[in-house]
Write a protein that binds this ligand. Structure first.
Ligand code: FES
Ligand code: FES
Length: 158
């Protein structure tokens, strides 16, 4: 099988997988990184949301062969290290506001939240209601109100 090399949570990894295998299964089944969740596998539910080079993406829809050797893939497991702490401020806000119910969608929600705050800052403003409206991550438990509150709190500490 072909080999694929990329940066994963700060470490260079090389993994054998067919070129067309989607990155989500490479992460979960071959590398044991299970934070990104499998919901739809079709780039719809956003349960697998992770970051590539600091921006949100959905690894269920990206063949592993599209990931370059210097691409930085960050999953929820690697998020705290991006701020040099045990927990990222967005994770702390999630705990403070007791956001999760079943928890299944929450890694993706947090990764989407961090990316959205970064995107807003890069555009020169703090995260707004309009920005929050753009987040498409589905939560079958319906924790949307607390997710929105937590993003605002977490953003203040980012
Ligand atoms: S599993 Fe990736 S978007 Fe649904
Ligand atoms: S907390 Fe259960 S799916 Fe979101």
């Amino acid at each position: 099988m072909p080999q694929h090399t990329f940066m994963l949570n700060g470490t260079r990894v090389t993994v054998e997988a067919e070129d067309e295998e989607r990155l989500l299964w490479v992460l979960r089944d071959r590398l044991g990184v299970t934070g990104p969740k499998y919901g739809c596998g079709l780039d719809v539910c956003k349960a697998c949301t992770s970051h590539i080079n600091g921006k949100a993406f959905n690894p269920c829809s990206v063949p592993v062969s599209k990931i370059e050797a210097d691409d930085e893939v960050t999953t929820i497991e690697g998020l705290p290290a991006t701020v040099g702490k045990d927990l990222h401020p967005m994770q702390e806000a999630w705990l403070d506001l007791d956001v999760a119910q079943c928890g299944y969608c929450q890694p993706g929600q947090i990764m989407a939240a961090v990316a959205k705050v970064r995107q807003a800052r890069a555009a020169g403003h703090d995260v707004t209601d309009a920005d929050l409206d753009e987040i498409r991550n589905i939560c079958r438990c319906g924790t949307y109100a607390r997710i929105r509150e937590a993003i605002v709190v977490g953003a203040k500490n980012m």
